[in-house]
Design a protein around this ligand. Structure first.
Ligand code: DPP
Ligand code: ZN
Length: 875
């Protein structure tokens, strides 16, 4: 398949004004009748109506009432062209589709007997022939007809206009969406579902009906999603002055879903994983994720739906912005400064663990890509998470108020339009009178910039110079990079650990933190009236998505860990210390040297662990060592076994050194019998369970007993999973029994069984043979994306040392699964295909085996999704 280029964008030849659809829902033969009114686009020279269709049977097509014959149009590679140059056209298109055979989960499909749709990015063309591109926005009216017994609930976007019986056991519902929208936001749901509902008053006084739809039996798991939705609505009213524009807003949960959730106008469709929760089945992390995803999809109603993307190259326009909004929402929901920092740390962890590797690998692409083969492959951590960092930098540069002004202007200018990333930047610039020309490079250049800092203190003149240099590694198609506009937030600590008042060239810049704007390859910033040599705290709150290199002494890092007023950098200092140890241990392990660690790190960590002034949630982040994948990215040649040995050794050493402290923290952070997922309680559980995981490293009878006792008495899924994981990674006598008991207790809860598979897939002792055996389990199905992810993805992506077994068995398994999945669901397969992205970074013996596996996949008959990924990996 050929690549599509951003530079080739042309406006549509016709606009669509209205869409009327009639569905006769039947799993094996759904008939779709669509009437589209089109209007010629004066800005286009093309005299042709262009419609896209995929895997649909075209029954008939009429133009202004007249049936077209095959001579009147052409169909080639899914593109139907009708040469015609009229100002107004009505098309009647009838198609036939087979939802029950649709395992790609794009377009209209069946899940557990019910109908669902997923149209982003290009799924609508699997329902009917249509100008399926996001800059074509229209008003939709949708008539659904189906058997009343089998499909009592019939939902689509907007407002319910009419419903009734049709005789012959069938019924209908007519929906009308008052807002024009691109086809990717179309949705329908039909089936046996029940809902929790609530009517709330919006800020303007209007009433809105909120519904959360689930399968019967799950109504005891919807309260948290409903609460999260209401909180999201309130938050957007307060923070951005944006109100829900509909009378009715629905969330529907579905067990078979490719992604997390989808923001269809007024009818959000969610993976069950991001809706269903109660203390019995959901962990604290699940609760937090549900809040974030419900927020995310709700916030799309403005950032994505009211203002959408001109083309799919602009995807980050809505995704980066909406991730930023959901991150801010989650932070505000916790409220405390320390809670905000923990959220920030979590988000930066995702960036470093997933986005930095992507940005350094064969799939590296700018936040606004220049080309793609299959857009589904570009729903990436770069578009989402790095995109969010780019949006966050506007706020860092312009301030919260300035950012809000930019948002207001963006909506004022573009409400109801399909626009580009540049339009967002222009609004930020115009609203604040700031030149953001150079900032554009964050959208056009891929790769993670490196910022190197050097400092010089002159005691005689009391000046302190910080010299910042930037560079950015080459990425596919981009050998040379131009300088970025990088906000570097800096504070200077005096010898008592307090923030100095900062004067830049004589001007008072700030009491605590100043944002230095690095725009050239190298710049020096001079602080004046600096009475003693400070310890610099740089890139506070991670003010830019870069790698910051500075030659900190061990003492300085320990000092920052103890004193920095910026909690993010307190954490960061600890991570730097730990990373140094882990890299040294990794190299010692490679040379078969005896492993040892000095007590400096454990002393600093002990101080943090025992500091009752600090929130437990924050202490947990400090005591958590950098992930194996983060260490891997810092090595020239990745050695997964050595990294794993090093990290385990360090954890074991810390467990020995701090055993009593961990036990004390364990006892001090019990949360009692009533479960609540609030930040304080979940923070306590996080620290308690971290302590348990360290103690479990010791793998002795006391550790086993502690984990077993917690498992036996757990009253919530967080504690249950933590103890089961401790048991599963140990030689505890109760381990097999606990795993079996867990399964039988939760057999009826698919989301919990996912956890059960995932925990085993990530266990230290598992190998490919054991994964294959789990695939034979009656509860395993490769067709369900959540289940496939819970076992196959967890093993390939979440267990590096086992996946990269020296015999290459992991890669053989990976190739088999990519090929098997590709025949079922290309999107999911293409995700798995990414697991070998970084193959060139490994030692030659592993590289060779990975290369062979990649070649094997490349030689198979593949979807364009998977083909693009393996082709780019091999390039
Ligand atoms: N637009 C969707 C989302 O990010 C994609 N699944 O919310
Ligand atoms: Zn989104």
């Amino acid at each position: 398949s050929p690549a599509i280029y951003r530079k080739d964008y042309t406006p549509p030849s016709y606009w669509v004004r209205t869409v009327q659809m009639g569905f006769d829902l039947d799993p094996s033969a759904t008939r779709v009748a669509t009437r589209i009114t089109l209007e010629r686009n004066a800005a286009s020279n093309e005299k042709v109506v262009v419609l896209y269709g995929e895997e649909v049977e075209l029954v008939q097509i009429r133009l202004n009432g007249k049936a077209l014959s095959k001579r009147d149009y052409s169909v080639k590679a899914g593109v139907l062209r009708i040469p015609v140059a009229l100002n107004a056209i009505t098309l009647d298109i009838e198609t036939l589709i087979r939802p029950d055979k649709n395992t790609s989960l794009m377009g209209l499909y069946v899940s557990n007997g019910n109908f669902f749709t997923q149209c982003e990015a290009e799924g609508f063309r699997k329902i009917t022939y249509f100008p399926d591109r996001p800059d074509v926005m229209a008003k939709y009216t949708v008539m659904l007809r189906a058997d009343k017994k089998k499909y009592p609930v019939l939902l689509s976007n907007g407002n319910l206009i009419e419903e009734g019986d049709l005789g012959d056991g069938r019924h209908y519902a007519l929906w009308e969406d008052p807002f024009k929208k691109p086809s990717y936001l179309f949705a329908l749901v039909a089936g046996q579902l029940v809902c929790q509902q609530e009517t709330i008053k919006l800020k303007s006084g209007r009433d809105a009906l909120l519904q959360v739809w689930v399968e019967d039996g799950n109504l005891d798991k919807t309260q948290h999603a409903m609460d999260s939705l209401i909180n999201s609505i309130r938050w957007d009213e307060e923070r951005f002055g944006l109100e829900l524009d509909l009378d009715r807003f629905m969330i529907v949960a579905v067990g078979d879903f490719n992604m997390g959730a989808m923001e269809n106008k007024g009818l959000n469709i969610f993976n069950t994983k991001y809706v269903l929760a109660n203390p019995r089945i959901a962990t604290d992390v699940d609760y937090a994720n549900i809040e974030a995803v419900v927020g995310h999809e709700y916030f799309h109603n403005w950032t994505g739906n009211r203002v959408t993307c001109r083309d799919w190259f602009q995807l980050s326009l809505k995704e980066g912005l909406t991730v930023f909004r959901d991150q801010e929402f989650s932070a505000d929901m916790v409220g405390t400064e320390s809670g905000r920092a923990v959220k920030r740390i979590d988000d930066v962890r995702v960036l470093r663990q997933a986005q930095f590797p992507e940005d350094a690998g064969p799939m590296a692409h700018p936040v606004r890509p220049d080309s793609f083969v299959e857009i589904s492959n570009f729903y990436t951590v770069t578009i989402y998470e790095k995109g969010s960092e780019v949006v966050r930098m506007y706020q860092t540069l312009l301030g919260r108020d300035g950012f809000r002004k930019g948002m207001d202007l963006y909506f004022k200018r573009h409400d109801g339009q399909a626009v580009e990333c540049d339009d967002f930047r222009a609004a930020m610039s115009a609203a604040n009178g700031r030149d953001l020309t150079q900032f554009e490079r964050w959208y056009s250049q891929a790769g993670t910039p490196r910022v190197t800092a050097q400092t010089f203190y002159d005691a005689a003149s009391k000046t302190y110079d910080i010299t910042l240099s930037q560079s950015c590694p080459a990425t596919p198609g981009q050998a040379k990079k131009l300088s970025f506009h990088i906000p570097v937030a800096v504070g200077l600590l005096d010898s008592s650990g307090k923030d100095m008042t900062l004067k830049l060239d004589g001007e008072v810049a700030a009491i605590g933190t100043v944002v230095l704007e690095l725009t050239s390859a190298q710049q020096t910033f001079r602080f004046t009236e600096v009475n003693e040599k400070p310890v610099p705290s740089m890139l506070r709150n991670f003010s830019a998505p870069v790698v910051l290199e500075y030659d900190y002494s061990e003492d300085e890092l320990a000092f920052l860990m103890a004193h920095d007023s910026d909690p993010f950098n307190r954490w960061e200092a600890g991570q730097r210390l730990a990373t140094r140890r882990l890299l040294a241990l990794t190299s010692a392990s490679q040379q078969s040297d005896a492993l040892s660690v000095d007590p400096a790190l454990s002393d600093s960590l002990r101080a943090t662990l025992n500091d009752a002034q600090l929130d437990p949630a924050f202490r947990e982040t400090v005591l958590t060592l950098p992930a194996e994948t983060v260490i891997a990215e810092q090595m020239d040649v990745i050695d997964p076994q050595a990294i794993h040995t090093a990290r385990r050794f360090l954890r074991h050493s810390l467990a020995q050194a701090l055993r009593a402290d961990f036990l004390a923290a364990y006892k001090a952070n019990q949360t009692g019998s009533a479960y609540s997922p609030d930040a304080t309680s979940s923070g306590k559980r996080a620290l308690k369970n971290l302590a348990l995981s360290y103690i479990a490293e010791l793998d002795d009878a006391d550790a086993h007993a502690l984990a077993q006792a917690q498992y036996d008495s757990a009253n919530n899924m967080t504690d249950r999973m933590a103890s089961l994981s401790a048991l599963a990674n140990s030689h505890a006598p109760g381990k097999v029994a606990a795993l079996a008991r867990f399964y039988s207790e939760f057999e009826q809860e698919p989301l919990v069984i996912d956890k059960w598979f995932s925990l085993q897939a990530m266990a230290r002792t598992i190998d490919v043979a054991a994964v294959r055996k789990l695939m034979q389990h009656k509860a395993f199905s490769i067709k369900n994306p959540n289940r496939a992810r819970s076992l196959i993805f967890s093993f390939c992506n979440g267990n590096p040392s086992r996946f990269h077994a020296l015999d290459g068995s992991g890669y053989v398994f990976w190739a088999e699964q990519v090929i098997a999945l590709d025949a079922i669901n290309p999107q999911v397969a293409a995700r798995l295909a990414r697991s070998l992205d970084r193959w060139r970074k490994y030692a030659p013996e592993l590289q060779e085996k990975m290369h062979a596996a990649l070649k094997q996949v490349a030689a198979a008959k593949l979807s364009k999704d998977t083909k693009e990924v393996v082709t780019k990996s091999l390039a």
